[in-house]
Structure formats: C-alpha cells, structure tokens
Design a protein around this ligand. Sequence first.
Ligand code: ADP
Ligand code: MG
Length: 691
Amino acid sequence: MRPEALNPLFAEVQTLEGVGPKLMKPLEKLGLTRVKDLAYHLPERFVSRRAIADLDEGAEGEQVIVALTPVEHRATRPGSRGPYRVLAQDAAGNICALAWFGKAAYGAKKLLPVGEKRWIAGRLDRYGDMLQIVHPDHIEVESAAHMGRLSEPVYRLSEGLTQPRIADFAAQALGRLPELPEWIEPGQLERAGWPAWREALKLAHENTEAKARDRLAYDELLANSLALLLVKAEGRRRKGQALVGDGSLRAKLQLPFGLTGAQKRSIAEIEGDMAQEAPMLRLLQGDVGAGKTVVALEAMLIAVEAGRQAALLAPTEILARQHFETLRRLAAPTGAEVALLTGRAKGRERESILIGLLDGSIDILVGTHAIFQDTVAYRDLGLVVIDEQHRFGVAQRLALAAKGRRAPHTLAMTATPIPRSLTLAQYGEMDVSRLDELPPGRQAIDTRVIPQERMDEVVEGLARHLAGGQQAYWVCPMVREVDGNWEVADIAAAEARFAALKERFGEDVVLVHGQLRPEVKDANMERFASGRAKLLVATTVIEVGVDVPAATLMVIEQAERFGLAQLHQLRGRVGRGAEKSVCLLLRGGELSETGRARLALMRETQDGFRIAEEDLALRGGGELLGTRQSGEAAFRIADLEQVQRLLPAAHADARLLMERDGGLTSPRGEAARLLLYLFERDWGVQLLRGG
Ligand code: ADP
Ligand code: MG
C-alpha cells in the first residue's frame, strides 16, 4: 500500500479548485490525473513578451502583445481539418488571423465579438501571405499585467486547456506539497548544492534555475535505477527453469539463407542464457532489417524443443499479424504449432486458441497485449519475446512474466539504436546482444536531400517510379506543435498532401494516420502491403512497421524536423527487396549548421548505431530521451543531457543503497520508497513485499 505521507500528492486532480468533469479529459491526455502530476508538470519554457502597436513592425516569430479588433469569423469548412480563424485588425488596419485547431475554437467564438477591441498575447507567425497567431495565450479586454510579465511559464497543453488555467492548477498543486524525508545521499546533495525536494519543485515552476531542475531529474534517474535494480534482484531470487533444446526442431528449419555471424553469436548468447536456471533478461538490439525475427524464432524453438511454450508480443495488430505469417511459414517444416491472438479474436476462434494454449497443442503464440490478459492461461510458458520493447515498459513485462508457473525467460527486441551511454537508463542492467551486421546483399539506399520548393520535380519522379510498377511511401511532416498537440496539425497536413497526391494518382494512393478507425487503417495498410495501392501517404505511424519489399521509394517531407533515429527508422522501410531503393529527404527551409550536418550524416551512412551516437553528439541536450512523437520517452523530467550527465552518479547511488539496504527498510530506504511511488516505479516496491 502506498505510504500515507503521499496521500495529498496522490489526490485526484478533481480535488483542485476549478477542475470539473470537462477538464478531466484534456488533463488526462497529458497524463495529469493526480495532484503530483501537476506539480511535476514543469514549464516547457518561459516567455517574455513585447507590446507592439503595429503588426507590421517586424515582430514576426516573436512573442507579442497587441490590441486587435475582430472583423470576421471564418468557421472551419465542414469535413476539413483546417483551423477556425478569426481575422482581426490593428489600429493601422493591418490584418492578422487568430487560429485554433480542433475544439479549442469554441472558446474563441465567445471571447472575440466582431468590432470589439481585445488585447491578444501570443506568438506572431506568418502562414502563407498572412500574419497569424495560433492559439493565443491570452485574450483580455484590457491590457493586463500578466500579459507582459517577464518570464511567464509556458506549459505543455492539450486541447481544451489554456495557459492561465494550467498555471493556476500547478500553483494549487505546489501549495499542497507535504514535507518529505530526503532520499538523496546527503554527501551528494551537498556536493551538488541542490535544494530540498519541495523547494526544487517550486523553483522549477518559477524560472529555469538549473540546480532545481537537476535535482528533480536526478530524483527521476535515481528512482529508475533503483526500480530496475529491484527487478534484477527479484530475478535472481525467483526460480526460472533451465531450458535446453536438443536441436531437433531447429535442424528441420529450411531457411533460404545462411545466418550472419551476428545472428549466430546472438543465438548462442540466448541459448546460453536459457540453459541457466535464472530467468534470462536479454535485449536484442538490431537495426531495421538486421534479421531479428529469425533469432527470435530460434529462441522460441529452443523452448519448444524443451517441451515448453513461447509467446511473442508485438506492439500493434498489424505487426502481430505480420510476425504470425512469417513465423508460421518459417516454422512449418518443424511441425511447431503457431497461433495468433489479438484483441480482435472473438467467440469460437478465441475459445479454441485459449484451449490450445491450456492443453499445450499451441507451441508458439503471437499477438498483441491481448496475450497477457488475465483470461489467457498457458500450459507451460517458457519464453517471452517482446518486439519493440519500449512500447510496453518493464511493469507490463513483469505482469507477463508472472504468467508462467516458473518465471519464463525474456527476450526483448528493439530496432531503436540506442547509444551505449543510454542503454543503462532505458534498459537497466539487461544483457545486450547486438546484431551489428546486416545480411549480405543489401543494397545501399540512395539518400538525397532536396529543397521542398522542388516538390514538382519530386512528384514527377514519383510518377515515373510508380509507372515503373514499384511502390512508394510518402511521410508527411510534423507540422508544428499546437497547444502541445502534435497530432492535430500533423493530420491536417497529411490529409492535405493525400488530397493533392490523390488528384494526381487516383485510386493508387492510400492514407494512414493515427486518427483513422483501426479497421480503416488496417484496410489501407493491407491494400498497400498487398500491392493493390501503390503509394502510402502517412504520418509517422509507419515508423515501426510493415515489410513491403516492393516499396523502394521513401519521401520524407521537412526531414529536418525529425530526429535522426526516426529518419533512420523510416528509411529502413525501403531497401528490403532486390531493387535499388531511394530515399528523398525534403528540407523545408534554410538549415542551421547542425541541421545540415544531421542530414549529411543520413546521406553518408546507413549504420543505425553510428547515427544514434552521432545524433547524440550533434544534438546535445534539451531533447527528451527518445522522442515524444513516437511515445517512447522514458523520462518525464530528465532530458537527454541530464541523463548523460547525472545518470552515472544516480546509478551508483542506487547500487550503494541496494547493497546496504536491499529491503529498503532504513530511514533512507523508506524515503526511497516514497520516491519510487512518486515516479510510478512502485512495481519495484511491490516486488520487495512479495519477496
Ligand atoms: P528486423 O526484424 O530485424 O527488422 P527481419 O527479421 O524482418 O528484420 O528481417 C528482414 C529480412 O531479412 C527478412 O526478409 C528476412 O527473411 C531476411 N533475413 C534475415 N536474416 C537473413 C540472413 N542471414 N540472410 C539473408 N536474409 C536474411
Ligand atoms: Mg522486426
């Protein structure tokens, strides 16, 4: 049970003044369900604004305050995803558009009656030939002091929330912080000159003071290391089962290729782990196309040879299906029974799978998270393989591990090439196998950087490509963040591009993005995978994705906005067949020095590990570990730079604490338990009690 000292922090957000049922959803979308979440919802940045009298005075790109009079409301066209716009003019008659995406527009209608002057604060931008302010921060009848305040916090928002509201909720949350005992080692605290926890949180909402932020980031890293160490300790305690295969099934495989050295090495490492009684906890890291599936299959066959079952967990329905098809085909000569279970299996179909799992007639189960629902029981699960590990997280992995009578071995696979210095943060002390060698005969992907203005040529090239009978991907840009919501604007851009390309290529084009209904999305994906559609237009949802060897062209718009790891993943969608593949990186505007270097690196190499290392070196700090867009950020507070700088000390600190007080029962151990709860790593604490 959660320690009582934390009760005020874990009170639901509804207990804050002003949070009614209406705001619950937008808050939840940001992951803010408890009072503590608001306290930890640190400002993304701070702005100071400049009052301008004339829209034309060259304040583009700046945060401004300006008096404007609405002249016209332009509602969103039905069926379009464009913004709701209000045209407004300054005293000199210059026009500016105030724009809202999605539901945020409702408020705007009331706040901006035509003909009545209002004071508007926000970022002045240009869209086409029109000045605009997207989602103004403030709209007031009189110029108010807070509008021009130096250093106003800017919080990440979601549709339905405003800056003043969330600032108010954060302030209320800060007012409720209890006094908590210190969990950081006193020597460390003193050396770094960090404030106490409560003080640090308050400071972090007021300014960018580095010491406060560092302390909070350190807390998070400490919690993470501690939890992962607890898992490891538990793994050592818990009995697994040594699985030794006799090789009989593996001998029957008829792979159309020989394994690479890296594949052989990885399989040997896995075989070695599985032969131990302690449950395996191994990460298989390998670039897109490196051949992880075969390695997983060999591991699963070891389990089957030893008379046990294996399960493979995939992050999406589409991937689960694809893995199932591949594994069933490859495993056919061995006689191992492979089945698929996703959330969509219903009635008799589902029933028969559940029975097969219980009576052991199913050897290998492939599926989405549906495979570890409470209603799914295995006769004897010996190995769990998790594809794209980061999407699930350790807590779920443990839930899965708890299924077997004895702890099953776990193999996690990822195509995200994480720099060595960050593996510890992401995966703790898991053992790592690296597939650092691609199967032979892969052609280099011809990668070119092209200015976006040459779009016409790109489309002509695409037309020739499609006319030649090959397929292509078109990835739309991450447009810009509107109110902390990337999705809305991204989808608007993807739909616009889709409409334009469809005009040119007709029925050959399909669209895929995150807001389509799953059936529609799958159907579109399927049309492309089967070759009936030639061009797939997508937001970044295809990043972790499908295998379509006939797709040999990848176009990525505004490539400079993507992380390199992400570009690398996207590019990996092509170059899978025998044909030469091309990747066109369209760049939106003039690039910074770093921007140029990053895209040049993409041209130069296809080695994911090298790209990851250099990206880290080029970017420096500021960005979250992983990317927010792909939902793989491991930390809420700590950024990349802090992870690199503070993790070694935090990890050492956690180890020391575990050595001295593995049960977390000393005063400092008790304090550390609080920390684990605060950062929702209490699965670590649960293990303690169980053990
Ligand atoms: P990953 O999951 O690592 O991205 P896959 O397992 O999907 O990669 O493999 C990509 C492609 O390479 C598949 O078509 C697979 O059959 C093929 N492949 C795997 N290993 C080899 C190998 N050693 N030699 C040739 N082709 C291979
Ligand atoms: Mg794969």
